[in-house]
Design a protein around this ligand. Structure first.
Ligand SMILES: Nc1ncnc2c1ncn2[C@@H]1O[C@H](COP(=O)(O)OP(=O)(O)O)[C@@H](O)[C@H]1O
Ligand SMILES: [Mg+2]
Length: 265
């Protein structure tokens, strides 16, 4: 039994900590306890159905569900340990079993940080997308790379929330989707003024796989009709995800509109 387990007497974790994630304080240190909650499986299965439907009507291959929603014990802590061994900045796992795990504190979410520190936001977003590229270079993908799943502590970016099980054959596609999900998530932070060009350049500099930024820009051109949705009378007609995607398409087109500065060729 680890020190922290003794401290909290973790005999019936489900009853003691009903939430999926609980912040714990122990001897002045902060930890997070995360439980494996199965009811999300139902929600995720539903999400897959919605994604399939969107895929059909919008013909967007990139929205195709690729993750595996099979129940898998201790998947997340094992993945965190593997990534830490590869030198990536992820929470340190102090204890795990099939039902829950305890990890170190990664600090404030990047979403919260960017909101509170608008002047520093673009620097940290670039640092975050470089970390994402490093994760991709190590042969892994995140599967939920929204900025709320990155954190900032002592000026360092940390990646967390690795719940998605990504079959090897979908890894490359998921890596591309990670970039897309990261960029789309920025639209949710209303007041953020994002330097998209800086972000794409930062990813491109670090990523070993080349051509992803070009693919993203091409996607922007291919779905240019979708950019109009964000400015239409019913922008959220197809749901918030498609609305935010349409905003991103608009940003990608704006980047390409200024040909003199486009450096991705
Ligand atoms: N290691 C950690 N360090 C700091 N905050 C964390 C950590 N783990 C979880 N959190 C907080 O708990 C929230 C939910 O955790 P997360 O692992 O993202 O689960 P969910 O699947 O519900 O998104 C995060 O958005 C973050 O605020
Ligand atoms: Mg999360």
């Amino acid at each position: 039994m680890t020190e922290i387990e003794k401290y909290f007497n973790l005999s019936d974790v489900g009853a003691q900590f009903p939430d999926k994630v609980t912040r714990l304080s122990c001897d002045g240190e902060v930890y997070f306890l995360k439980r494996r909650v199965s009811d999300r499986l139902v929600r995720r299965k539903l999400m897959r159905l919605v994604q399939r439907f969107l895929l059909k009507i919008l013909r967007l291959k990139i929205l195709a569900p690729t993750t595996n929603v099979r129940k898998s014990s201790a998947y997340e802590p094992k993945k965190l340990i593997k990534l830490a061994d590869l030198g990536l900045n992820v929470p340190k796992v102090l204890f795990f079993n099939d039902d829950y795990f305890i990890m170190s504190d990664c600090g404030m979410t990047l979403k919260g940080f960017a909101k509170r520190n608008p002047d520093l936001a673009n620097d940290y977003l670039q640092q975050a997308i470089r970390h994402l590229a490093e994760l991709h270079n190590s042969g892994h993908a995140h599967g939920g790379a929204q900025i709320r799943n990155f954190a900032v502590k002592d000026g360092q970016i940390c990646l967390f929330d690795f719940e998605e099980i990504i079959p090897k054959k979908y890894c490359e596609e998921m890596q591309f989707r990670d970039i897309l999900v990261f960029l789309i998530s920025l639209s949710r932070s209303k007041r953020l003024i994002v330097d998209y060009r800086g972000l794409l350049e930062a990813y491109d500099q670090v990523a070993e796989a080349k051509g992803r930024v070009q693919r993203l820009l091409l996607m922007g051109r291919r779905y240019r009709w979708l950019a109009g949705l964000a400015k239409s009378r019913f922008p959220t007609l197809f749901g918030m995800d498609v609305y935010y995607l349409s905003m991103l398409i608009g940003h990608l087109l704006a980047l390409q509109g200024d040909q003199s500065e486009v450096t991705y060729d």
